[in-house]
Design a protein around this ligand. Structure first.
Ligand SMILES: [Fe+2]
Ligand SMILES: [Fe+2]
Length: 189
């Protein structure tokens, strides 16, 4: 799996509106508590791809490493909650991811391509929003944590995009653009 610079250009995500950051900053406890589950789900999604596609050695290697990163992020966010004296909460579900997953086609090889691209979008969107938070937080340690998560999620987005490119060299770009447009439509609902 070669790394390709500017792979993210294939996934033009719309910018998050300013209202999102204001709402997030107003209830940081919920943001941090939800984020623990975002990281946990990212690890589980990576492992679920290993379960579904064990014959793809590149994918197994990349997803095992990615799940490792994500579980490390769970530890980091759990430490953040402890530092804040904040208990972790149960997962309240995620309409955003559910709406995106609804676009995953059922039949292979389309299914693999769509799963990889949906995960790339989730990583890209989460990188964007973690970056917005990192730029706005007062506490330097929390800011540093979110900045480091931002960098990691951009790498993850690119990991998914290179796997998508390898899985469907002829069609991945067009499908990435399609799914990015569907994501934008879902955000404005
Ligand atoms: Fe992560
Ligand atoms: Fe990630």
């Amino acid at each position: 799996m070669d790394e390709v610079p500017d792979l993210g250009d294939a996934l033009p995500l719309t910018a998050t509106g300013p209202a999102w950051l204001a709402v997030a900053l107003d209830d940081l406890s919920s943001v941090h508590a939800d984020h623990l589950h975002c990281e946990r789900k990212a690890a589980q999604s990576a492992l679920s791809l290993i379960r579904a596609y064990p014959e793809r050695a590149d994918l197994v290697d990349a997803m095992a490493r990615l799940a490792h990163d994500e579980t490390r992020h769970v530890v980091q966010v759990a430490h953040l909650l402890t530092r804040r004296g904040q208990p972790a909460s149960y997962d309240h579900g995620d309409d955003y991811a559910a709406r995106l997953r609804a676009h995953i086609r059922g039949r292979e090889p389309d299914r693999l391509l769509d799963r990889l691209l949906v995960f790339a979008i989730i990583e890209g969107r989460s990188a964007e929003r973690l970056g917005l938070l990192a730029g706005a937080l007062d506490d330097p340690r929390t800011r540093e944590l979110y900045a480091s998560l931002t960098a990691a999620e951009i790498r993850h987005r690119d990991t998914f995009l290179s796997l998508a490119r390898d899985a469907a060299p002829k069609t991945w770009r067009a499908r990435a653009a399609e799914l990015a447009a569907l994501e934008a439509a879902g955000l404005s609902e």
